[in-house]
Each structure stands twice: as C-alpha cells, then as structure tokens.
Design a protein around this ligand. Structure first.
Ligand code: THU
Length: 165
C-alpha cells in the first residue's frame, strides 16, 4: 500500500531588521559584526552567526576557510561549537545569520547549509528546546521558529542501532 505524505512549515518574513524586537535586532547586529571576522579568502563570502543562549548572553562565530576546502567551517557551526565548548549547559535559543559582501549586508538571506542544519537539529534534540533561526539580509529577514524544520526526515540519534549515552 502506498501512502503519500506531506511535510510543510510556516515561517515569517520581514522587510527590515527594524521590525524585529530589540533583542533579535541586537542578535542580528552581532551576526553582521561577526561576519567581519570571517576568514574567507577562497570564496570571498563572509558569514557571521550569533547565538543567544538561555542566560541571554550572545556567542558568535564566523566562517573559517581552509586550503583543504572541506576543512573549513561555517559561521553557524563555529558559533554553536563555541557555545557548547565555552558555555556548557547554557542552551542555544536563537541563532542569527548574516553575510556581508563589499557592498555591506547581503541582499538575500543566507540559509544554513546541510551540515549546519544537521548540527542545529542535534542541538535542539540535545536540549529539548527549539532554536529560532533568523536569516537576515538588507531586504529580507526570515524567521524560522524551529531549526529542525529546515531538515525534514532528519537523521538523528534515534536512527542509531545502539542507544547512545
Ligand atoms: N557558509 C557559511 O558560513 N554559512 C552558511 O550558511 C553558508 C555558507 C560559508 C562556507 C564557506 O566558507 C562560504 O560560506 C561559501 O560557501
């Protein structure tokens, strides 16, 4: 018997960062500033990410590329790893992403790559809390309430044959 399934999700879109609440505006600003610290000599694409932790503090990351291309890391994973390593137990609640070009903030929002989506999803499972994602740009801000929505049918610890500790 064939079943046809459907997965969909809803997200909000704003025209400018001014329409966000002040703590989210602050987070987007931190992400844009973090992009200035990117090391992106190969792509020239500088990305910054800022994570708001449950305590309210902000932890940032930027992309760091490498001549051995796969050794580079995206801004999102850099920020989330930074938070995990330096603020254990302080749960990531909101993640903002911004990219800069020579003309300033990018015109289109930057969406996390597949690797980053997998890591965001694991952080949500780990903490039991959803992470709100804010993808910002000059002309458009997209807000996704739950990072896992960006990775339907995700691989997770539940797929592993042995229950991890
Ligand atoms: N990149 C990020 O840091 N985050 C994203 O969401 C998309 C891509 C980086 C990886 C690489 O250094 C450069 O942007 C071009 O792909």
């Amino acid at each position: 018997m064939i079943k046809t399934n459907n997965i969909s999700f809803t997200f909000k879109e704003f025209d400018t960062v001014e329409e966000l609440e002040s703590s989210d505006r602050e987070l987007v600003k931190s992400a844009s500033e973090a992009a200035l610290n990117a090391y992106a000599p190969y792509s020239g694409f500088r990305v910054g990410a800022a994570v708001r932790l449950a305590s309210g503090i902000i932890v940032t990351g930027s992309n760091v590329e490498n001549a051995a291309f796969p050794s580079g890391i995206c801004a999102e994973r850099n920020a989330l790893s930074n938070a995990s390593a330096n603020h254990p137990g302080n749960i990531p609640m909101v993640l903002a992403v911004a990219a800069i070009t020579e003309a300033g903030n990018s015109y289109e929002p930057v969406s996390p790559c597949g690797n980053c989506r997998q890591v965001i999803a694991e952080e949500e499972i780990r903490s039991g809390k959803s992470i709100r994602i804010i993808l910002s740009s000059k002309n458009k801000i997209q807000v996704i309430e739950q990072g896992g929505d960006l990775l339907p049918l995700q691989f997770s610890r539940n797929n592993l044959p042995v229950t991890p500790c």
